[in-house]
Design a protein around this ligand. Sequence first.
Ligand code: GRG
Length: 302
Amino acid sequence: MSQDHSISISAYLEAKKKFIDAALERYLPGEDNYPPVIFKAVRYSVFAGGKRIRPILCLASAETVGGSCDAVLPVACALELIHTYSLIHDDLPAIDDDDYRRGRLTSHKVFGEDMAILAGDALLTEAFHLMSDTSLMEKIPPEKLLFVIHDIAEAAGCFGMIGGQVVDVQSEGKDVDSEVLNYIHTRKTGAMITAAVRAGAVLSNAGEVELNALISYGQNIGLAFQIADDILNVEGDQVLLGKGTGSDAKRGKVTYPALMGLEASRKRAGELVKSALSALKSFDHRAEPLRMIAGYIVERRS
Ligand code: GRG
């Protein structure tokens, strides 16, 4: 007899977010450490209410191949620390110059530019400190852990998120084609999302076929995520988003809606979700959260 494994996407995301938040609380040093301002700044941005989509993807990917959420949790949290660093630096006056993020003032508005830069640096460093703790090897073979740390470093670096961000900054106010746009989106946002899915799978001993299918899923939803982000910047609700809208157009940013219009952007995001779902077709019910997340990514309002 077949069992009903259904759970709503909102219940799933909420439960996983709680699990991740509790772990981040344990992993991050308290504000009673010296010098207090850096611990305050780090915690201010990490606990500002992000969706935790990258760590959730890492856990969901692990569950899909029969892995344990507990074993991959530190790596999942490290992904969120790297993501939060990128947001702090992205908001700086020299980059996007944003005053609000996740519904509150940006780090540099509260702590000053100097401390915001250092808080981003601290988060990036802390992520690798957390992933390289030898206690993780009690649950994960060291060679798998090293592979994943290397992979995440690549996704966050010049061949990934930083590379995408550099071309994004350089393209502001310029006419660029879809090839450049795809370069930006697949690196700036897609690389870390794919790395999150891959990390969960590798750390849970996924086989080659499973791994390739999950990487394809990650690449498709990674691009869909940024297209959805572009669309939300045009027509999203500022309150739900926790940040201003219309900033991409004001800055002459290269985005899907700017290049091909809202309708075609929505269509492209939908196609990517379809491809992501098709990559999961050989998995059983344990891939249901990943399937739901694919839909959520383009339907979300924040
Ligand atoms: C080193 C100065 C300097 C800048 C680099 C690396 C970098 C700054 C920026 C990366 C670009 C970036 C911010 C990409 C992510 C784009 C994106 C879709 C962000 C929003 O992610 P969500 O929706 O946010 O997951 P929450 O708040 O839910 O975590």
